[in-house]
Design a protein around this ligand. Structure first.
Ligand code: ADP
Ligand code: ADP
Length: 225
């Protein structure tokens, strides 16, 4: 089953073409790393196939992305932004936001358990009651990932999730993504670190100037990077 299909996808910000005819098909269970220089359009592509930006030509599990309701789509795709904004909410309540597509007025036992599981998986249960403006950049990043996990999605879209993390946490996040895909989930991750990508991802897409210039196994990555 194709989790994501983009056909001749283009996108521009105020007339500047940022994505130029992207064709991409991602099978359920794949772990795909998107690499390429700054400004290549990686984040924009991730936002288009996550439904954050409105783009034509994207299908999610065989259906045009625009035909899903917000909640339906949120149960399928969780997007982890490059930066999770700090605020006055607690870590627990921030992760609970991930349950919004499932929740009624109050969280059910199932919602609370999903939050607890996500906090434990990211190793941040110890400061669940801290407000997020008291956290380090790395801790905040883990909160963003925990919120996505609480969403129990089929597809995890992550924009440079290891950016603010020390090497140990980087490996934890990559293992988590690998386990998620090993269990049948789909991971699409924008990355900078080629070595980390080579170690964990199974498929690689290289972008440049709004186009996919290479797509395949590790052989497409030049060692020069
Ligand atoms: P990458 O993730 O590969 O660094 P981006 O998708 O972030 O690339 O950006 C691609 C291009 O689109 C860049 O030239 C960037 O400046 C531009 N861009 C990104 N976001 C916006 C925005 N919100 N408004 C206008 N231009 C943007
Ligand atoms: P140009 O000649 O336009 O600068 P290059 O093909 O030399 O383009 O690539 C520019 C940068 O992009 C280099 O750092 C190169 O290593 C990297 N690059 C291009 N294609 C790939 C690829 N398939 N995998 C990894 N890196 C790539």
């Amino acid at each position: 089953m194709k989790a994501i299909k983009a056909r001749n996808l283009s996108f521009s910000y105020n007339g500047a073409d940022v994505l130029k005819g992207i064709n991409l098909e991602v099978e359920e269970g794949e772990f795909l790393a998107i690499l390429g220089p700054n400004g290549a359009g990686k984040s924009t592509l991730l936002k288009c196939i996550s439904g954050i930006l409105n783009c034509r030509g994207v299908e999610v599990f065989g259906k045009p992305i625009g035909e899903y309701s917000r909640n339906e789509l949120a149960r399928i795709i969780a997007y982890v932004p490059q930066r999770t904004e700090p605020g006055f909410m607690t870590v627990f309540d921030t992760v609970l936001l991930g349950r919004r597509p499932y929740m009624g007025l109050r969280p059910s036992k199932k919602d609370l358990e999903a939050v607890k599981r996500a906090l434990e998986r990211m190793g941040i249960a110890g400061f669940a009651l801290k407000t997020t403006n008291k956290l380090s950049g790395g801790e905040l990043q883990k909160v963003g990932i925990a919120r996505a996990l609480a969403q129990e999605p089929k597809v995890l879209m992550m924009d440079e999730p290891t950016n603010n993390l020390d090497i140990r946490s980087q490996l934890e996040v990559m293992r988590l993504a690998r386990d998620f895909s090993a269990e049948g989930g789909t991971v699409i991750m924008v990355m900078h670190d080629v070595n980390l990508a080579l170690r964990f991802a199974r498929r690689f897409v290289f972008m440049k100037n709004g186009r996919i210039v290479a797509d395949g196994g590790r052989e497409i990555l030049k060692p020069s990077l």
